[in-house]
Ligand binder design. Structure first.
Ligand code: 5GP
Length: 202
């Protein structure tokens, strides 16, 4: 049996990557999703339970010590990491797996697993990103500003991803990601131009 592939989905807070991921899993139900561990406090939204196992700092540090994490990163003061065992089992069993992680985690995985395919979900502009975050109202103002600052840093990292998908119309973004996972789209050549446009349409 051939092995499965690992797909990495990243994008700044407010890029809509959660909505894209949900749409992708509806269309590709055989795809496996990696549940991350995080030390962040739960936001008390039911959809978060599909995404995270909330752990203490001690538990997280234990997982690092026992080499249980494929990658991990600190983001806005909290730790996030991808548990290694389920991913290895699924890939060996021939399943494709999707991880939703930040740009630091993507770099770590890309260095270890050259065959991993990375996809960056891009907001149409910084102005749209700010509006989406303000509408979401899940964060205090200072956290929101911090996340926007992070977003600029993350968008600049999109250049090292295999694909950039602009999430302007959700259905189209979902279809693009499904086609990438199905191997139907060639790798993007135009990444620097896309990044320039997004950062300068603030
Ligand atoms: P949030 O707090 O908004 O749920 O997530 C903050 C950031 O952490 C997002 O960019 C999200 O993709 C990223 N993230 C979620 N899980 C992981 C993980 O397991 N590892 C890494 N490196 N980043 C993650």
């Amino acid at each position: 049996m051939s092995k499965g592939k690992l797909f990495i989905l990243s994008g700044p807070s407010g890029s809509g990557k959660d909505a894209v991921r949900s749409g992708v899993f509806k269309k590709l139900p055989q795809l496996k999703f990696s549940i991350s561990c995080t030390t962040r406090n739960p936001r008390n939204i039911p959809s978060e339970d599909e995404k995270y196992r909330f752990v203490s700092r001690d538990e997280f540090e234990n997982m690092i010590r026992n080499d249980q994490l494929l990658e991990y990163a600190e983001f806005c003061g909290n730790f996030y990491g991808t548990p290694r065992p389920p991913i290895e089992e699924w890939i060996d069993a021939g399943f494709n797996v999707l991880v939703e992680i930040d740009v630091v985690g993507q770099k770590q995985i890309a260095e270890k697993m050259f065959e991993a395919v990375s996809i960056f979900i891009m907001p149409p502009s910084l102005a749209v990103l700010r509006k989406r975050l303000e509408k979401r109202q899940t964060e205090d103002v200072d956290v929101l500003e911090r996340r926007l600052g992070e977003a600029v840093r993350e968008i600049k990292c999109a250049v090292r991803y295999d694909y950039i998908v602009i999430n302007d119309a959700l259905e189209e973004a979902v279809d693009d990601v499904c086609e990438i996972i199905s191997g139907k789209i060639p790798v993007d050549e135009n990444k620097n131009n896309i990044i320039y446009e997004v950062l300068n349409n603030a």
